[in-house]
Design a protein around this ligand. Structure first.
Ligand code: GDP
Ligand code: PGA
Ligand code: MN
Ligand code: MN
Length: 612
């Protein structure tokens, strides 16, 4: 047992509540050493990880990591929100009593870090000085050096964030123990993993994974699940939202848009969007956040939003010069980026993933797939396996993102003009439909239906409802969540406009995406802004206002005219079916506010009255 106090003294970690937390868990996990980390330790940790072979070098100053092959995505069924109040049980939060979960996790973690270092990561999930700062401090304990390096990129990491707390006790206690990955029965009836947020104690206990989405506790478990619960109790919203600003340089006006798309459905790409070349340099998109937004009502009565994160944990697949040049710039040599589960060349120190280039590198020499197999030696049965895992990722600091907003660290956040929802929906959902009524906008978010993606283990392609894209992060009952949304947006004197977007409609015959997507997505947002400004009128439909073709900026857009027509039309019959499904979906939720049912009935009746 290490002398924890000596280590904490040397690190200048003075917060007595944090020290007590560290002592207790050093005892339980049986770690051999304890080490406190600050952002300034990054270069040393990287060198240690390279020396230990945990990371491999990429280009000049970037890193490669490979995770255990059964540990590559979030596990939703092993993720639990626990509290001591049974009425906190919702449909999606996998609620369990904390009295049952805490001892179970403690038992699994007991002695499980023997021989390892327990790193102490004091962090802040907010720009310093934020009005929500008191909900943002935390300490993650982890026995994985790679997790530390990810946290340094994704959060603000320094002992000062806990030393300087006004209330020394008010930090999230987050414990991550990796466990013996080859022996955890992932996905079997004997699965040993548990990812638990004890929300009413602001404690996070994650056992059995080193994948970012399960192990970066500041980001996913605190930034989303714990935040969601804290927001409910303290009057703010925490959502899986991207946040961007669009400046029209001709008028000087800036519009801030945030919105929820399920994991791996386009948030990062949208926040990094470059305006299509054909639109010239009139519109500039600035990146605020790509995965989490905390929202509150400001003193001026507007909704404000900020990104609690300090980095990007982006999907690698299909990232290339054409789809997302901004992302490639963010992960350039010297950026300190960590690539996970992509393909790696151990001779040239290059990385590759599906969609990086049209075809894989022709010279196979040195190339290894994400599982560690040499490509040149893969047998015929493996020949069609992807080189990179579909959920392979890059992790880079916000400061590396070329379009990051100049004021991205402004603690006051930015006023929100529009809230959008979207996901992978292969039919029915048009390119964009705007909604001006607040309950109808909240209803639209609650009925977000989309295909699940490879970011969640074993669910790829499954069509399901994902309320506001928060299904995997929901920490309290959905009816209360809906009411909380109505309360917060209701308290704003200037309301944002809502919209639903879809970049993923497909041709039913050959499956091609009808909309070219990526940089062209800005065209849909520009229409929404113009509608909000009263410059265009659109066309009223039972499910919102959709653009008429002439109102879209179509310069340079490469699209088949019939595809564009489909993208701007409403399939009334298909929508009527959808409303029946929504009714079943919404009926699952206790205490769903009447205003949401009113919105549902209004849409249903409008669809009944419409011509099919
Ligand atoms: P996030 O996980 O929600 O942040 O989603 P990303 O922006 O990382 O995108 C996830 C995947 O969807 C990546 O493989 C992207 O290349 C792809 N993607 C993102 N935007 C679009 C789009 O507009 N059209 C198409 N077809 N694919 C997209
Ligand atoms: P994503 O982030 O939404 O960008 O994919 C990770 C996740 O939600 O698992
Ligand atoms: Mn996410
Ligand atoms: Mn993302």
């Amino acid at each position: 047992m290490p002398d924890v106090d000596v280590v904490l003294d040397q690190a200048g970690l003075t917060n007595e509540s944090v020290r007590e937390f560290v002592r207790r868990w050093a005892g339980i996990t049986g770690a051999e050493r304890v080490e406190v980390v600050n952002t300034s330790d990054d270069a040393r940790l990287a060198q240690e990880a390279l020396d230990a072979g945990e990371l491999l070098p990429v280009g000049d100053g970037c890193y490669y990591s490979r995770s255990y092959f059964k540990d590559t995505a979030r596990s939703e069924e092993r993720t639990i929100v626990a509290t001591s109040d049974p009425s906190d049980k919702g449909v999606y939060n996998n609620w369990r009593p904390s009295s049952e979960m805490k001892p179970m996790l403690e038992e699994r973690m007991r002695g499980a870090s023997a021989g390892k270092t327990m790193y102490v990561i004091p962090y802040l999930m907010a720009p310093p000085g934020s009005p929500l700062e008191k909900f943002a401090a935390g300490v993650e304990l982890t026995d994985s050096r790679t997790v530390v390096m990810h946290m340094i990129r994704m959060a603000r990491v320094n002992v000062s964030y806990v030393n300087d707390l006004a209330d020394q006790d008010s930090f999230v206690r987050a414990v991550h123990v990796t466990g013996d990955l080859p022996n955890l029965g992932q996905g079997t009836p004997d699965d040993q993993r548990y990812f638990v947020t004890v929300a009413d104690e602001r404690t996070i206990l994650h056992f059995g994974s080193s994948y970012g989405g399960n192990a970066l506790l500041g980001k996913i478990a605190h930034g989303l699940r714990q935040g969601c619960y804290d927001g409910w109790k303290n009057g703010f919203l925490v959502e899986q939202f991207m946040l961007l600003g669009i400046t029209d340089r001709e008028t000087g006006r800036k519009y801030n848009v945030c919105g929820g798309f399920p994991s791996a459905s386009g948030k990062t790409n949208l926040a990094m969007t470059l305006a299509p070349d054909a639109l010239g340099d009139r519109y500039v998109v600035e990146f605020y956040g790509d995965d989490i937004a905390w929202l509150w009502v400001g003193d001026d009565g507007r909704i404000y939003g900020m990104n609690p994160e300090n980095g990007v944990f982006g999907v690698a697949k299909d990232t290339n010069e054409k789809t997302n040049p901004t992302a490639l710039d963010s992960i350039r040599d010297g950026s300190g980026t960590i690539f996970t589960n992509v393909a790696y060349n151990d001779k040239t120190h290059e990385v590759w993933w599906e969609g990086r280039t049209k075809t894989p590198p022709a010279d196979l020499d040195g190339w290894i797939d994400w599982k560690g197999n040499r490509i040149a030696e893969r047998g015929p049965d493996q020949a069609s396996d992807p080189w990179a895992h579909p959920n392979s990722r890059f992790t880079t600091n916000l400061a590396n993102v070329p379009n990051v907003a100049k004021d991205y660290e402004d603690p006051q956040g930015v006023p929100i003009d529009a809230i959008i929802f979207g996901g992978r929906t292969s039919d029915r959902e048009p390119l964009v439909r705007a909604i001006t009524d607040v309950p109808e906008g909240v209803y639209d978010g609650l009925t977000l239906g989309a295909e699940a993606t490879f970011a969640a283990d074993g669910l790829d392609g499954q069509l399901r409802y994902d309320p506001m894209s928060m299904r995997p992060f929901m920490s309290y009952p959905e009816g209360d969540y809906a009411q909380h949304w109505l309360d917060i947006i209701g308290a704003a004197t200037t309301k944002p406009i809502f919209a639903h977007v879809n970049w993923f409609q497909r041709d039913p015959e050959d499956g091609h995406f009808l909309w070219p997507g990526y940089r062209d997505n800005l065209r849909a947002l520009l229409w929404l802004v113009a509608l909000n400004e009263g410059q265009v009128k659109g066309r009223e439909t039972p499910v919102g206002v959709v653009p008429v073709k002439e109102e879209l900026k179509l310069e340079g857009l490469e699209i088949v005219p019939e595809d564009l027509d489909t993208l701007l039309s409403i399939d009334v019959d298909r929508w009527r079916q959808e409303l029946d499904n929504r009714e079943v979906h919404l009926k699952q939720f206790d205490r769903l506010p009447e205003a949401i049912w009113v919105a549902h009935r209004r849409v249903a009746e409008a669809l009944e009255a419409a011509d099919s």
